[in-house]
Design a protein around this ligand. Structure first.
Ligand code: FAD
Length: 418
């Protein structure tokens, strides 16, 4: 490790690794400080095709292809006996990626950061950032390491990609409350001995409890599957009680899973994450920028977390490199507004998912194929494509469409799913 770098990146998750790869490509010196030893577990295992654009641009696909992750070419939503599959080959955006992967993040994140390190970034694991001083040109970062103790390093610029660690939001008092109700998740990995060919590929998302809960199953290429439930925190607490009794019962008996996890061979004790939604009052400041989950995280329903982590890491690094080259950067417009534009598209879909508008559209008897292709491109992560009406008019179009469907099909009969 040197005393000074062009850029210091906090966190070696996908946001930090992609930021570092982009900075190296722009000829900058980079230090990545990471609290954990990799490989390490983190939730967030189903990816979106749009990430492939960034990984391709940075020539990071070959190291990931070598991992032989499970190919993901779509997503299927379920409600009771109805299903609504989306295949990424069938999108509105003509040049979109038609597949991505489902990954154990321990392996995905490790492969990425190893490659970044091989390309010349200094990466220090077990380095916990504890304090920072930021200014226009000089950033001072303090961290502790189990062997070398307290250390200080400087950089011309700082990227906080610390994810759930939220280093700068905490240190600089940037946290703000979120408007969504408090939700949580309970999950584990299961040896998936009953997996069928159909269930073997894509993420399965089944909504229940009158749109207040959903269950995921994400198959991996090693024959295990990630299974979890997202709902309000009270329901997740109830699932967790008495050694996860209700969670295991639901896995075994949930009608849509058809007994696939009736006698589950669990790979680790189910874990919970509560109140996962987070937000900040600003995404940048003098000498620093936040990326990935250190900014805002809405909800896992549409698997958008890693896509935002990667796209924001890439964008933050590209702008930082230009600033270091002497260009004046409009961080508000070019970064903050840009990221919020994409996040707000998913915000509309998340809200419409839980308030029932999206289920009305997904499980309509007469789905409009053109609309479904446009929605498919949103679900693939292409949330900055203003030629897509389901991006451009995201704030109103789902309400209008759900309303028209209800008028045509009549109000759904009272739901009976608990
Ligand atoms: P992380 O991956 O969290 O990486 C941040 C790194 O910073 C960590 O390695 C951490 O150790 C390090 N760090 C933290 N503090 C410090 C410190 N003080 N000093 C140094 N290093 C530090 N997303 C998807 O795309 N698909 C999904 O299917 C999906 N499912 C989800 C399910 C649930 C229940 C939840 C809650 C989230 C899910 N997500 C999903 C979101 C996903 O987990 C995150 O969006 C993603 O991991 C963010 O990546 P990141 O690089 O910003 O942060």
């Amino acid at each position: 490790m040197k005393n000074h770098y062009d850029v210091i990146v906090i966190g070696a998750g996908p946001s930090g690794a992609v930021a570092a790869a982009k900075l190296l490509k722009e000829g900058k010196s980079v230090l990545v400080l990471e609290k954990m030893i990799f490989p390490r577990f983190v939730i967030g295992e189903s990816l979106l095709p749009h990430i492939m654009d960034y990984l391709d641009d940075l020539d990071l696909l070959p190291v990931l292809e070598a991992q032989q992750f499970q190919i993901k070419n779509g997503v299927c939503f379920h409600h009771k006996k109805d299903d609504c599959p989306f295949f990424f080959a069938d999108q509105f955006k003509p040049d979109a990626w038609t597949y991505t992967w489902q990954v154990k993040r321990a392996d995905f994140d490790h492969a990425l950061i190893k490659e970044v390190e091989r390309r010349g970034a200094d990466v220090v694991f077990e380095a916990t950032v504890t304090a920072v001083e930021t200014s226009k040109r000089l950033q001072t970062v303090h961290f502790v390491h189990p062997e070398s103790g307290e250390q200080t390093v400087t950089g011309a610029f700082l990227i906080d990609a610390s994810g759930y660690g939220r280093v700068l939001p905490r240190l600089k008092d940037l946290e703000i409350p979120v408007s969504t109700p408090p939700r949580g998740a309970i999950f584990t990995h299961i040896r998936d001995v009953n997996r069928t060919e159909n269930a073997g590929r894509n993420i399965f998302v089944h909504i229940f409890r009158n749109n207040t809960a959903w269950i995921w199953s994400i198959p991996f290429s090693d024959g295990t599957t990630s299974v979890g439930i997202v709902s309000d925190v009270d329901f997740i607490e109830a699932c967790k009680a008495e050694n996860n009794k209700e969670f295991l019962r639901l896995l075994a008996e949930f009608p849509g899973l058809e007994g696939r996890f009736a006698d589950p061979d669990i790979q680790f004790e189910p874990r919970t994450v509560m109140n996962y939604a987070v937000s900040v009052k600003q995404l940048y400041g003098e000498g620093y920028v936040l990326s990935g989950n250190a900014t805002e995280f809405l909800d896992p329903t549409f698997s958008s977390g890693v896509m935002f982590a990667i796209s924001s890491g890439y964008k933050a690094a590209a702008l930082a490199a230009r600033q270091l080259n002497g260009e004046a950067i409009d961080w508000e417009q070019d970064y903050s507004e840009h990221m919020k534009q994409g996040i707000n598209v998913f915000r509309s879909y998340v809200n419409a998912w839980y308030d029932g508008r999206l289920p009305t559209i997904f499980f309509s008897k007469n789905r409009n194929e053109d609309f479904m292709k446009q929605i498919c491109s949103v679900l693939a992560g292409y949330v900055w494509d203003q030629t897509n009406p389901f991006v451009k008019k995201h704030a109103t179009i789902l309400t209008t469409l759900a309303h028209v469907i209800k008028m045509n099909e009549g109000e759904n009969e009272e739901s009976t799913d608990q």
